[in-house]
Design a protein around this ligand. Structure first.
Ligand code: NAP
Length: 322
C-alpha cells in the first residue's frame, strides 16, 4: 500500500510517499481502507518530533481516517468488514490503517467520508471543551481564537447551537466573512487589533465567560485581561508557542478558572465518546453543525498540505485523499 513516511524529523519536505506492507491486524483492532484522512495541526508537531507522542523513525503521521473496515482482529465484536467508519489512531496518512475498536465511530449515511474525516478530532475537541470541561449555557459569551480554522469553525457553530454569543479572532481579514458565515457574531483581526481591548469594548466592559485558546503565548496573557468575572480559559494548543508560566495570584481578583484540554483524555472514556458523538451527529442532522472541508489534497501532496496549514492561510479542515 501507499503511505507517507518520514525518516528524519523536520519540515514538510521530510515526508515522502512510499510503498509499504498493509499493517497487520492485532487483537482488539480493525483495519480500515481509508477514503479520506484528516489533517490536524498537531501533525506538524509530530513530524517535527515535538508532539506528546514522539515518532519512532521511520514513522507515518496522521491521527484520523475515514473509510471502510477491511478486516477485524480477534476480540472485536460489534464491528464488521464493510462498515463505513472513522477512527482516531496513529499512522493514518496511508491507504490502510489500524484503529482500536473502541476508537472507531460508525458513520451515519448522511456523513460523507470527507466530512467523516473532519469529524472526530476537531469536532469532538470543540464539543468536549464547551460541554464537558465547561458547561456552556445560553447567553454566555465565548471567545474562539483562530476562528476560521478546523476547530474554530466547528466551535463557532457548537457555541451558537448552545445559544451563546460568539466572538472570533483571525489573523487576516480574508477569514472574517467565513467566521461570520459559520456563526461568529463579531470577528476581531488579532494581528491588527488588540483583541482584549476589542473584546472588552464589545462586551461593555464585562469580558467573556469562556475563552478557547490554542494559540498560546501570543494570546494567553491578554485572555486573562478580557475574561469576565468567573470566566474560564481553556488552553488546548500552542500554535503560537507555549504560554508563559501563570502566576495563579492573577486568578483571584476575577475568580477565574484556567484549564487544559487534550482529546485523548475524553476519547479514552467510552461514555464520553458516545455522548459527544451522538450530540454532534444530532446537531449535524438538525443542520446546526456543518463540517467545513476547506481543501483536499492527494495523499502524495501531504508536504504541500502541511505547508498550507503552517502558512495560516487555511480555512476549515484539510483532508488527504489516498
Ligand atoms: N488539545 C487537543 O486535543 C486538540 C485537538 C485538536 C486541535 N488542537 C489544537 O487546536 C489548534 C487548531 O487545530 P486545527 O487542527 O483545527 O488547525 P487550524 O486551526 O485549522 O490551523 C491552525 C491555525 O492556528 C492559527 N495560528 C496561530 N498562530 C499560528 C502560528 N504561529 N503558526 C501557524 N498557525 C497559527 C492559524 O489561524 P489564525 O492565524 O487565523 O489564528 C492557523 O490557521 C491547534 O493549536 C491544535 O494543536 C488541540
Amino acid at each position: 500500500m501507499k503511505a507517507i513516511q518520514f525518516s528524519e524529523v523536520g519540515g514538510p519536505e521530510v515526508m515522502k510517499i512510499v510503498e509499504v506492507p498493509k499493517p497487520e491486524l492485532r487483537p482488539k483492532m480493525v483495519r480500515v481502507r481509508n477514503h479520506a484522512i484528516g489533517i490536524n495541526f498537531a501533525d506538524n508537531f509530530f513530524r517535527q518530533g515535538t508532539y506528546l507522542v514522539r515518532p519512532k523513525l521511520p514513522d507515518t503521521p496522521g491521527m484520523e481516517g475515514a473509510g471502510i473496515i477491511d478486516e477485524v482482529g480477534p476480540e472485536v465484536e460489534e464491528l464488521k468488514p464493510g462498515m463505513r467508519v472513522v477512527g482516531i489512531g496513529l499512522k493514518t496518512y496511508a491507504e490502510y490503517s489500524l484503529f482500536y475498536a473502541n476508537q472507531i465511530i460508525p458513520l451515519p449515511d448522511f456523513v460523507s467520508f470527507e466530512d467523516g474525516a473532519a469529524f472526530p478530532i476537531q469536532t469532538l475537541t470543540a464539543w468536549f471543551m464547551m460541554h464537558v470541561s465547561h458547561h456552556l449555557t445560553s447567553g454566555q459569551t465565548v471567545l474562539v481564537h483562530s476562528a476560521a480554522g478546523g476547530v474554530g469553525l466547528v466551535a463557532l457553530q457548537i457555541a451558537k447551537a448552545a445559544g451563546a454569543r460568539v466572538i472570533g479572532t483571525v489573523s487576516n481579514d480574508a477569514k472574517i466573512p467565513v467566521a461570520k458565515q459559520y456563526g461568529a457574531d463579531e470577528v476581531i483581526n488579532y494581528e491588527s487589533q488588540d483583541f482584549a481591548k476589542e473584546v472588552m469594548r464589545l462586551t461593555d466592559g464585562k469580558g467573556v465567560d469562556l475563552n478557547l485558546d490554542a494559540v498560546g503565548k501570543p494570546t494567553f496573557e491578554k485572555g486573562l485581561e478580557c475574561a469576565a468575572p468567573f470566566g474560564h480559559i481553556i488552553l488546548y494548543g500552542r500554535a503560537g508557542g507555549p504560554p508563559d508560566k501563570l502566576d495563579v495570584n492573577r486568578l483571584f481578583p476575577k475568580a477565574l478558572k484556567v484549564s487544559g484540554f487534550v482529546l485523548f483524555t475524553a476519547s479514552s472514556q467510552h461514555h464520553l465518546m458516545h455522548q459527544g458523538t451522538e450530540a454532534c451527529f444530532k446537531l449535524m442532522q438538525e443542520g446546526k453543525l456543518k463540517m467545513v472541508v476547506g481543501k483536499t489534497f492527494p495523499l502524495d501532496q501531504a508536504p504541500a498540505a502541511h505547508r498550507f496549514m503552517e502558512s495560516r492561510q487555511s480555512v476549515g479542515k484539510l483532508v488527504l485523499v489516498p
